[in-house]
Write a protein that binds this ligand. Structure first.
Ligand SMILES: CC(=O)SCCNC(=O)CCNC(=O)[C@H](O)C(C)(C)COP(=O)(O)OP(=O)(O)OC[C@H]1O[C@@H](n2cnc3c(N)ncnc32)[C@H](O)[C@@H]1OP(=O)(O)O
Ligand SMILES: O=C([O-])CC(=O)C(=O)O
Ligand SMILES: [Mg+2]
Length: 299
């Protein structure tokens, strides 16, 4: 498996490739990933200029370990083939396929990525893929998209275009996105890939943003697409296990190991019933805490 397939992706911040001022140093905000956008943030007559900036940024800027995702234009545009060549030539870590609808869309992109890896002498299989689902058809096909390719690391809900297709609007209540969110997270888990929630565009409503972030964390998402550096700290706070969760998870793992050796299946930890069903969840909490740099233990 590619070493970065399962890396921590709590915060994935979009930035517009049309704006060199934005793409030159976003690592200072310490998101887990940046998403350099060639799609909707870039005006139609600026696509070439955006690709040119992107190529030089990928080649010349040290992003200090922040994952460099590039969002390419959809397969219904004249741009995506050249977008892929520039991403691969520049050495992007991951390509986000905008407006993905089917498993075949992912496979088509994969063929072009492989051809570009050969053309530019990049290791075959080094470029990862994520698929943005932005229509009812795309969301309904979530499972086949998740199972489409070994390069595919996960699926992202794109609520703006999705609600347009659904013929509603984003209200901030989450009602209109609930079905898609639930469906996508189940598909991603069934296929063993990651799943990210859509952007929150009201930058003046930080309270609403935190509420939504807490909700999607509870739903099972791995993180969220973001549009602004102010949103990163909130997402990291919500998605990084707190000290008391880490302590409890350590106790659960140790107690299950200990009780198993003694032939005991069910018992309590801090007044809560625990059995083997809780083992993987506790292990996941510790792995996440370790990846986030807040846990140094060996469990
Ligand atoms: C529906 C979709 O398709 S979403 C995906 C496409 N959208 C995007 O890519 C938009 C990304 N976001 C942005 O461009 C901007 O955040 C905007 C236009 C929404 C708001 O911009 P501003 O009003 O300037 O935001 P704000 O005042 O919070 O900026 C503060 C600082 O953060 C920087 N900043 C803002 N957004 C970003 C970003 N996404 N990435 C990196 N830096 C950013 C600004 O340049 C500014 O830096 P400075 O203090 O050195 O001047
Ligand atoms: O991917 C996202 O969250 C942003 C986007 O394109 C959309 O909402 O349509
Ligand atoms: Mg969109």
């Amino acid at each position: 498996m590619h070493p970065n397939k399962k890396r921590l992706r709590r915060s994935m911040m979009f930035l517009n490739c049309q704006k060199p001022g934005l793409i030159k140093d976003p690592y200072i905000y310490k998101p887990d990933s940046i998403m350099l956008d060639l799609e909707d943030a870039v005006a139609e007559n600026q696509k070439d200029a955006a690709r040119y900036s992107l190529f030089h940024a990928l080649q010349e800027i040290d992003y200090h370990g922040v994952e460099r995702v590039v969002r390419i234009n959809g397969l219904d545009t004249p741009h995506w083939k050249e977008d892929i060549r520039v991403c691969v030539a520049g050495g992007a870590d991951t390509i986000r396929i905008a407006k993905t609808e089917t498993a075949q869309d992912v496979r088509t992109v994969e063929e072009h990525v492989l051809a570009a890896e050969r053309e530019f002498g990049r290791p075959e299989g080094s470029t990862l893929l994520m698929a943005a689902l932005e229509s009812c058809k795309g969301v309904l096909n979530a499972l086949e998209v998740c199972q489409s390719s070994d390069r595919l690391i996960g699926i992202a809900l794109s609520g703006g275009d999705y609600t347009k297709d659904l013929q509603t609007t984003i209200t901030g209540t989450g009602v209109e996105l609930m079905g898609a969110r639930q469906h996508m997270i189940m598909a991603a888990r069934a296929a063993g890939v990651q799943c990210w929630d859509t952007v929150f565009t009201n930058l003046d409503d930080m309270e609403g943003f935190e509420k939504e972030t807490r909700m999607i964390k509870l739903m099972g998402f791995d993180g969220k697409s973001l549009v602004n550096p102010r949103q990163i700290a909130v997402v990291h706070k919500v998605f990084t296990p707190a000290e008391k969760e880490i302590v409890f998870a350590e106790k659960v793992v140790r107690e299950i190991d200990d009780k198993k050796a003694k032939g005991i299946g069910v018992f309590t930890v801090d007044g809560k019933m625990i059995d083997i069903a809780f083992y993987d969840g506790a292990k996941r909490t510790l792995a996440m805490a370790k990846a986030a740099g807040v846990y140094k233990g060996e469990l």
